[in-house]
Write a protein that binds this ligand. Structure first.
Ligand code: RRO
Length: 311
């Protein structure tokens, strides 16, 4: 039985559903040391802003039951250095491979987002731009993702200048994911990705200290998978554009859980910290699971979750 893992996220044709999640594995070279990047359909880099940023004081991460908390605070080299140093390296890394480059962008304000988005048009080999609307770790960082109005304004402004496919990355730290998803769609996003991390906290009571210097941070890993599945399911019911699922995915079964809830593709994040070659294992296991279930085309599973009787 020949198994077809290919999926489409709007105009993005992917040879399998496995992308990296922004911020969890740098810009590709960090993973290339462990695994053939061909197991991934896209590398989504850490958020890039117009200016370089140093990020938050250390410690920036800590472990939690079934996950981790981060409060990195968006450190990045800024657009100029990114295009001079990192993007050329990424092009080299994916040359001859089916792996696409997705640029994740962030800004203090509308102006900074649109400044970067406009320049992304002129760079070759960027397959799509993911808008980070949802960083939980910088002052004011949630302003674009926690209200439908803020989200719509930002997506609209970026859509106006960006010619590439636009993915809006949404936060789970909101009252209604469906409202924000609809706002992003109305403003012209081509697809959504969710979820970013869940705002959380971990402390050492003996030291009377939080475990990350920022105090609070974003919780990720298997601990958040049920929250992520719920958010993806709600978003998929609310919009017609494709949705990329993110949140605690570690196995092929996790991928399939997201896909039956409506995700067209997924992003792998925290799992890469413990197992940088997880994409290979997950891609192989996906084929195995599909063979067992006698499913030839992975895309045929998207959104096939059945309502429970009486629901
Ligand atoms: O850099 C961070 O602290 C960070 C970002 Br931009 C984000 O989008 N999500 C997250 O958990 N951390």
């Amino acid at each position: 039985m020949s198994i077809d893992l290919s999926v489409n996220v709007g105009s993005l044709a992917l040879h399998n559903p496995l992308m990296t999640a922004s911020g969890c594995s740098g810009y590709g070279k960090e993973l290339a040391a462990y695994d053939d990047l061909s197991w991934l359909s896209a590398i989504v880099g850490k958020s890039i802003s117009r200016e370089p940023r140093l990020g938050n004081p250390y410690p920036r991460t800590c472990e939690t039951p079934s996950g981790m908390i981060n409060a990195i605070g968006l450190p990045n080299e800024g657009w100029e250095s990114y295009t001079r140093n990192t993007l050329p390296l990424m092009r080299e890394l994916v040359r001859g491979k089916p792996t696409k480059i997705v640029l994740n962008i962030v800004g203090h304000d509308l102006d900074e987002y649109t400044w970067v988005a406009e320049r992304a048009n002129d760079e070759s080999d960027i397959a799509a731009v993911e808008l980070n609307l949802s960083c939980p770790n910088v002052a004011g960082g949630l302003q674009f993702s926690t209200t439908a109005d803020g989200c719509e304004k930002l997506v609209k402004a970026v859509r106006k200048v960006l010619k590439l496919p636009l993915i809006a990355k949404l936060s789970p730290n909101v009252t209604s994911v469906a409202d924000i998803a609809r706002a992003a769609e109305a403003a012209g996003a081509d697809s959504l990705s969710l979820i970013n991390t869940v705002l959380g906290m971990n402390v050492d009571w003996r030291k009377r200290k939080a475990l990350v210097a920022n105090g609070m941070g974003g919780l990720s890993g298997p601990a958040i998978k049920p929250i992520a599945l719920r958010c993806v399911y709600e978003a998929c019911k609310a919009v017609k554009i494709p949705v990329i699922g993110i949140g605690g995915i570690c196995t092929a079964d996790d991928v399939l859980d997201f896909m039956v809830c409506g995700a067209s593709a997924v992003q792998l994040g925290t799992v890469l910290f413990v197992e940088p070659d997880a994409p290979q294992r997950i891609a192989r296991d996906l084929k195995e699971r599909m063979r067992e279930a006698k499913v030839e085309k992975l895309s045929s599973l998207i959104g096939t979750l059945r309502a429970r009787e009486g629901a």
